[in-house]
Ligand binder design. Sequence first.
Ligand code: GYE
Length: 365
Amino acid sequence: MSVSKRTRKNILNKFLSVIFAVVLFMVSGCGSSDNEADNNGSAASAADFVTVGFSQLGAESDWRSANSRSMREAFSSDKGYELIFEDGQQKQSKQITAIRSFIQQGVDYIVLAPVTQDGWDSVLQETKEADIPVIIVDRMVDVANDDLFTCWVGSDFYLEGCKACEWLYQYTSDLGMKGEDIHIVNIQGTLGSSAQIGRSAGLNDYVEKYGWDLREETPGDFTQAKGREVMAQMLVTYNNINVVYCENDNEALGAIEAIEAAGLHAGGDIQNGDILVLSFDGVNENAINYCLEGTIACIVECNPLHGPRVENIIKTLEKGGSPDKLEYVSETLYSSYQSVNEVSVDGTTYPVTMLTQEVIDTRAY
Ligand code: GYE
C-alpha cells in the first residue's frame, strides 16, 4: 500500500470535518444552542469512523451465519466502524461488483471472503490502484502476485482433511480393518473453494497412502439439501459404502437423513452395517449433538469467529503496522469414540477432544 494516498485521504477527511464543524458552529448561533455538544460531537466522530466494505460469499451454512454474525459484531457502529456488508450469493461476479462499489465509495478497508480461489487478479489490481488495503478472510485467493492483497486469516483446510483421515485410519485399524475394507464416498463442498480443495486433497492423499476404496466424489455445495440428494443417489449406486466424508456439517446432516431414509444406520459399528460419518465445522448444534451420541463419528472443528481477528488486523494497519501475511487459526477435533485420543499429521500431534455435554456447554459457538 502506498501510504501517501491514504495519508492524503485522512488529511482531507479531517479538513472536511473541521469545515463541517465550523459551519455547524456558525449555523447554531455561535455556540448558544443546547445541542452544541451533540452536534460537534457527531461531526467529529463521523470523520473518525473507519469504513469497512465486506464482501461475504453467501449464506449457505451455519458456519457462514456464525461468521457473518462475528463480522457484524466486530465492526459495529458503536465501536467506530461503518460496515458495508454485501452478500455475494455464491457468485464471484456479484463479489467483484461489490468490490468495485467499495472502491467507488472510497472505503478505508476491503474484506473479502472469496467463494472460489481463482479469478481475482484483475479486481484486486483495481483495489491496489485505488490504494485500499484488502484483507482476505476464511477461504483463500489464488493470485499471480501476493502483493495484490494485504493479508489473509483463516483455516488450514488441507490439515483439517488430514486430521479427519488420520482419525479414520486409526479408528479402523483399531477394529482390525484394512485399507481395501474402507469404501468411502466424498460429499464435496463448493467446487473450487479453498475449503473444498484442501479437504478433498487431504482425503485423496490418504486414499493413496492407505489404499482406501474411494467410490465417488460429488459436490454437495455445503448445504443440507444437496448433501441429502447426493447421498441418496450414491446409496442407490453403491451397495457397500461404509464411510461418508462430508466436507461440512450441513452436508453431514443431509447425508444422515438419506442414510436413515434408506433404512440404514449412521454410526461407528461399520463391520456390522453402520455408515461412519466424518464432518467439518462443529458449528451446527444438531451436528454437535449427533457427534455426542456417535451418529457423526468425528468432526474436525473449523472456527468461524473471524470478526475480532480481522478487527485486530485493521487496528494494526491503522497504527501503521504490518500484520502477518498469513494467519492460521488453530482448531480441534471432536469425537465421542474413546479409541482414538490423538492424531499425528506431518510429525505434529493433535489431541482429540472427547465430546461431552460439558464440552458442548463451554463452546464459544
Ligand atoms: O466449512 C462451510 C462453509 O469456507 C470454511 O464454508 C468455510 C466453509 C465451511 O459453507 O460450512
